[in-house]
Design a protein around this ligand. Structure first.
Ligand code: ATP
Length: 291
């Protein structure tokens, strides 16, 4: 799946070297717009009619219990998983026709950096520039600067020459984050970016994302544990059983329950002004029994 994303990024590079900076948000189409999205995997309906629109500059957390469909949702938004019903668009274009892959930086949930090839940390991070480079052109000073900044942002400058296979799982996750940063995209989609990452690196990521959000970038985070990223999040889309159970202000409980040891978020302390929220029980969109 990861390879397919990269190959699509590569295929989208021809003659699409982007202008520097973030595209103007005014008059811009939604970054993601899914209507009635359905996904069936191995005969099971994983998404059952999802409507979600994410606009430029938003910071959105996709929350919900294990197996509810969070990763499937973001992968479908990116065109990595086909719809069995409904429609979805990326910057106003169906994924199959989307070509501006430089606008998206994706950090997948599970590690698949380097494959069987002994790539260095720098090589993997530099691969994040591919969609920005014109075909057959060598990397430029701007490419090298972006890679160096990305390595610094995740605290891996001193490991740049090491094989990714020599890194811990948390460090490898930081390599994937750096790869997305290096591409200087308009939109970041990060699936559990802090899973297995130490507290200091989580704070580093929060600082980096704070800067990017201030510049107008869009951030979509799939999370069980928001940790230091919580302060950035203005909107939560809660998925339960393949449906949107809540779309609005983040539940107050996220902070208390976004701590290690909680494998999902409970509705404790949820305030009425935040709207109905429960993915513990009851139909989607209806309050359930708080535990
Ligand atoms: N490739 C696949 N083939 C079959 N079933 C799949 C596939 N990918 C995911 N699923 C199933 O779809 C459901 C939703 O999975 P998904 O990974 O989207 O959930 P999630 O909310 O991200 O879970 P987690 O929080 O554990 O990562 C799960 O029951 C999972 O087993």
């Amino acid at each position: 799946m990861q390879l397919s994303f990269i190959s699509r990024v590569v295929s989208g590079q021809a003659d699409t070297a982007p202008p520097a900076g973030v595209a103007a948000a005014s008059l811009a189409p939604a970054v993601f717009a899914m209507t009635g999205g359905q996904v069936t995997l191995e005969g099971r309906q994983v998404l059952r009619g999802v409507d979600v629109t994410i606009r430029p500059g938003e910071v959105v957390a996709v929350l919900g219990p294990n197996g509810s469909g969070k990763s499937t949702l973001v992968r479908t938004l990116l065109g990595l998983v086909p719809l069995s019903g409904g429609r979805t668009e990326l910057y106003g274009t169906p994924p199959a026709r989307f070509r501006e892959w430089w606008r998206i930086g994706y950090v997948p949930q599970r590690l698949s950096v380097g494959g069987g090839v002994p790539s260095t940390v720098r090589e993997v991070v530099a691969s994040g520039r591919i969609a920005r480079q014109r075909r057959l052109r060598p990397s430029t000073a701007a490419d090298r600067d972006a890679v160096n900044r990305a390595l610094e942002a995740v605290g891996l400058t001193d490991r740049a020459g090491d094989s990714v296979h020599s890194l811990s799982g948390g460090q490898q996750q930081r390599v994937l984050i750096a790869r997305a940063l290096a591409g200087e995209p308009d939109t970041f989609v990060m699936d559990e970016p802090t899973a297995g990452v130490d507290a200091g690196s989580q704070r580093l990521l929060a600082d980096t994302l704070t800067t990017l959000v201030a510049e107008g970038r869009t951030v979509v985070l799939v999370a069980h544990e928001l940790g230091p990223l919580e302060a950035l999040v203005r909107r939560a889309v809660v998925i339960r059983d393949g449906l949107v159970a809540h779309d609005g202000p983040p539940p107050a409980a996220v902070g208390a329950h976004a701590l290690p040891g909680h494998d999902h978020v409970h509705p404790h302390g949820f305030t009425p002004e935040c709207g109905p929220l429960s993915w513990e029980s009851g139909p989607a969109g209806q309050p359930g029994a708080a535990s």
